[in-house]
Write a protein that binds this ligand. Sequence first.
Ligand SMILES: [Zn+2]
Length: 121
Amino acid sequence: MLKKVEFSEKEKDDIRTLMKFVGIYCRENHNGERVPFSFILFDIKEIEKKEISLCPDCSQLLTYGLTMRLKCPHDPKPMCKKCETQCYHGDYKAKIREVMKFSGMYMVRHGRVDMLYHYLI
Ligand SMILES: [Zn+2]
């Protein structure tokens, strides 16, 4: 760990949501080998008690997403799709959209509509 980072409640919330969305997507779509996700910049367990396992592709996507979230220059952070700073480019953008759509629908089907209020992208 490079340094002790303090997060606002909103940031923690977004981090948890991002983890949840990518976690569901990977679990439901990828059958390959999954390893517990860890993040280089901070100890993920300080924010989310539950560990998630991801395939290498999804780990990369989540790492990217978390990094971008923490680098967001706006305070308060706007909805990503309405933001002038588009963090996600090319493949990552297509991928995160797919993840949000899939996991968003998954949560609706499973009665987790409350999660959608936190919809990030
Ligand atoms: Zn995956």
